[in-house]
Structure formats: structure tokens, C-alpha cells
Design a protein around this ligand. Structure first.
Ligand code: AMP
Length: 436
């Protein structure tokens, strides 16, 4: 579903596009229309599904469309940790950049100065406050936090907040908020404690479940962090002397599929490609050969990733990082069917590290990195040349998620707090370079 289908305000659409978002994720598609129509929500959705956008976008739209009282807090997002508060603030910065909506983040761990800044910002009011419970209570106790006109209340990662012992703090905060409000509760899991919290604070909520499939445990997954020109030599190298008899390679571009197939054939492999340039009957013939195991290597473009229903593929190679976690799970799920074990290799260039980290978050595990044979040259993780890790703008790669995880991002710092208060007319910065 395209974002243009939701009827968002132009200034919000600009923020969405400059954040690099083109299509709504499943949780966004399911949740946004209900929030726009004013319903309470209880949603089970994990990090990585786009859940933050699912509640931010409709609330931003409503704040833009409906006048809200000045010098008050209009929306409150309560989160368990400082890291999550920072991440949400980053997304808010990107999405609200072309609007006059102001937000502030209030979380623990700052010094006396940040407390003073937060106090000033909270006293003035803000459209949106993102806060951890303990820190917000400290401010509420001082008497200047104006929650009396608050309409939108969001609890994010509610299960984690209860695990961290925030139940009473949350109830105290909610005690200050008018009963006439819209409440949204997001939680990765739905244990009974969450259900009973939901019963206390939500009104006839719509329930949304975004189940994330995980790849079967028995699939052996490996990542190869490499440069683009190393991909074809590495495929050839991996297939040489390989024990696999049925191999599916996914490329995101037709051109790479064709080129790789040409090179494989030249090197003596029995391989064919399948993509949109072939006629329907040609595609069917190639698939028939592959399914009957006459053809051992099939190089396919993305269009086929969901359509190929062939059992006993032994190896899947993701020549490019799949678009999202669901695609990844779907593709590697082509192996390890019917109780057989499977192997999945994924090539990751330095530009794709971030996308891969997102997939790893979604499937809830870090996939082991496998070094490539030294004769294929230096890789992004160990390249001493100028194209290597030290060139400006590149990130180190090849060792886990260090350097590209959102969780590793530095906190917003003082400039991330209080600077977006609408009423104060504070200067704005551009969206963060990461494009959130
Ligand atoms: P979340 O699950 O909210 O933590 O979001 C995970 C990541 O997905 C964040 O980096 C968001 O910027 C990104 N994201 C959220 N919605 C979209 C979308 N519709 N298209 C592309 N990326 C998105």
C-alpha cells in the first residue's frame, strides 16, 4: 500500500519521502486507518516491523488536521528505555521536518543541564513528548507538566515496561491524563499482564497482530560481507566443488542475473536464468527443468521469490540483500522444506549493512559472517585501500552489527531535546543523515 492512499497532509508526505519510505509496512497498513478514525489499538508488533511509523504517522496527520491547544502536551509516547526514546525522536525529526509540529524527548541519564532544558520545554508545552516513565514522573512531581489537554497516549514496548517494573509509574502518569483520549498500546508479546493493563486503559480497542515468521532453525545461514565486483567470483568459488545439487540464486536486478548466468556458463556450470524478459512458456520450461533436478543452478530475479514452489532446494544464495525480513525468511524458506536441512548464503555490500541489520533484528538473531577466500581480495571489513573502511562515509563491516545498529547510534544529546518546541520557534535541523 502506498502512503499516498492514506490522504496524508502534503508536509507529512514530504517527511515520509525524505525518510526514504515508499510503501507502508504490514503493521502500518493495518493500524493507520484505525488510528485515523479515532479508535484505540492494542497491537503486537516487534521492533523492525515499522511499528513506530504505524503510530507516529496517523497521530502527526491528526495533529496537522485538527487544531490542538497551545502550551500543552497533545501527545505522549511512553517508552521503556532511553535508546527507544532516541530512536523515536530520530524518526519524528525526519517525519516532521516539513511541518511545524514540535516534539521533545525526556529520558533518564542526562545531567542537571538537560533536566533544566526539559523543564523549560515541558513548561512551554509541545505537540509530542517522548518519555521514559521514571524521568517523566520526576518532572510531573515538580508541577509544571501540563497533561490536562492530552489526547493521544501511546505505550510502546509495553511488555518491556512491565518487565522493568514500570507498572505503577505508568498508572500514575495515566491518572493525570483525561479519560477522553485515544490510547494505543504496542507490545512485542501479549502476556496476561498486558491484557489486564489493556483492559484498564483502553476503550473498545481494535486488536492487531503482526506475526513475524522466523526461518526454521535447521537452515544454516551465513553472510559474506563483500564488494559488489566480488559477487560473481564468489558465487563461482562457492559452487566449485560444492556438494549442493539444487541451487537457487536470487538477484535483485535482471542485469546481474543475466551477467552471472553468462559467467557461470562460461566457467562450465550448468545454470539458467529466469526473469521478466522470458516468455511465460520459457519460464515454465526453465522451472520444470529445475524442479525435476535436470538443471542444478537457477538464477532468478526477485519477481520469482514468492512464486517458486519447489521442494528440496539445497542452497539459496541471496546475491543482494532482500528488501525486508519477510522476503528474507520467504526466500531461505525455499530450502529446508519437508524436513530437509538447507543452507542460505547472503552477500552484503557495505551499502547494504544497514538493511541487513534490520533483517537480523526482525528475525531476532545475528547471522554468522563467513570470510571469503583471500585470493578474492580485501573485503569491506579488512580493506586497507581508500575504498575500504577508512574512506569518508563508509562504515566498518564484517563484524556483526557494530557501527550500523540503530541501537549503537549516539543519543540525540541536548540538541535532540527541547529544540523542536513549536511554540518556542526553535531552529530546525535537517532530517538525520541516516534518513530516519
Ligand atoms: P521500527 O519497527 O518502528 O523500529 O522501524 C524499523 C525501521 O524501519 C526504522 O529504521 C524505520 O525508519 C524503518 N521504516 C519504518 N517504516 C518504513 C517504511 N514504510 N518503509 C521503509 N522503512 C521503514
Amino acid at each position: 500500500m502506498k502512503f499516498t492512499d492514506f490522504g496524508f497532509h502534503d508536509s507529512l508526505m514530504e517527511g515520509i519521502f525524505s525518510s526514504g519510505w515508499e510503501e507502508a509496512t504490514p503493521v502500518q497498513e493495518q493500524v493507520i486507518p484505525h488510528i485515523l478514525s479515532g479508535r484505540d489499538i492494542i497491537a503486537s508488533a516487534q521492533t523492525g516491523t515499522g511499528k513506530t511509523g504505524a503510530f507516529l504517522l496517523p497521530i502527526l496527520q491528526r495533529l496537522l488536521a485538527e487544531p490542538s491547544p497551545d502550551h500543552h502536551i497533545n501527545a505522549l509516547i511512553i517508552v521503556p528505555t532511553r535508546e527507544l526514546a532516541v530512536q523515536i525522536s530520530h524518526q519524528l525529526d525526519g517525519l516532521t521536518y516539513f511541518t511545524d509540529i514540535g516534539s521533545i524527548a525526556v529520558y533518564g541519564g542526562g545531567d542537571g543541564n538537560t533536566f533544566v532544558q526539559e523543564k523549560a520545554a515541558l513548561s512551554r508545552g509541545a505537540d509530542i513528548v517522548v518519555a521514559t516513565p521514571g524521568k517523566l514522573i520526576s518532572h510531573i512531581n515538580m508541577g509544571y507538566v501540563k497533561l490536562g489537554e492530552l489526547f493521544y497516549l501511546i505505550l510502546d514496548e509495553a511488555d518491556r515496561m512491565l518487565d522493568m517494573g514500570f507498572h505503577d509509574d505508568i498508572m500514575r502518569i495515566i491518572g493525570q491524563i483525561p479519560a477522553k483520549r485515544q490510547t494505543l498500546l504496542f507490545s512485542a508479546t501479549m502476556p496476561p499482564r498486558i491484557r489486564s493493563l489493556a483492559q484498564k486503559i483502553l476503550r473498545e480497542p481494535i486488536e492487531v497482530n503482526i506475526a513475524i515468521s522466523k526461518p526454521p532453525e535447521r537452515i544454516r545461514q551465513e553472510l559474506f560481507v563483500i564488494y559488489e565486483p566480488q559477487k560473481n567470483p564468489l558465487v563461482k568459488r562457492l559452487l566449485k566443488d560444492s556438494p549442493f545439487r539444487s541451487i537457487l540464486v536470487f538477484c535483485s536486478r535482471k542485469q546481474s542475473a543475466k551477467q552471472l548466468t553468462r559467467e557461470l556458463k562460461r566457467a562450465g556450470f550448468h545454470a539458467e536464468d529466469i526473469h521478466s524478459d522470458l516468455s511465460q512458456s520459457q519460464r515454465e520450461e526453465v522451472l520444470r527443468q529445475f524442479a525435476s533436478k535436470q538443471l542444478p543452478i537457477l538464477v532468478a530475479t526477485d519477481i520469482l521469490s514468492r512464486g517458486i514452489d519447489i521442494d528440496q532446494i539445497e542452497l539459496v544464495i541471496n546475491y543482494d540483500v532482500p528488501h525486508d525480513g519477510e522476503d528474507y525468511v520467504h526466500r531461505i524458506g525455499r530450502t529446508a522444506r519437508a524436513e530437509t536441512d538447507g543452507t542460505a548464503y547472503t552477500f552484503v555490500t557495505d551499502k547494504e549493512m544497514r538493511q541487513m541489520a534490520q533483517i537480523e533484528r526482525l528475525i531476532g538473531r545475528e547471522i554468522p559472517r563467513t570470510p571469503i577466500p583471500p585470493e578474492l581480495g580485501p573485503t569491506p571489513g579488512n580493506d586497507p585501500t581508500p575504498r575500504g573502511p577508512h574512506r569518508p562515509g563508509s562504515r566498518p563491516a564484517g563484524h556483526g552489527r557494530t557501527g550500523h545498529s540503530r541501537h549503537g547510534r549516539p543519543p540525540a544529546g541536548p540538541q535532540g531535546r527541547g529544540r523542536h518546541e513549536k511554540k518556542g520557534g526553535a531552529p530546525r535541523r535537517g532530517p538525520s543523515p541516516s534518513g530516519v
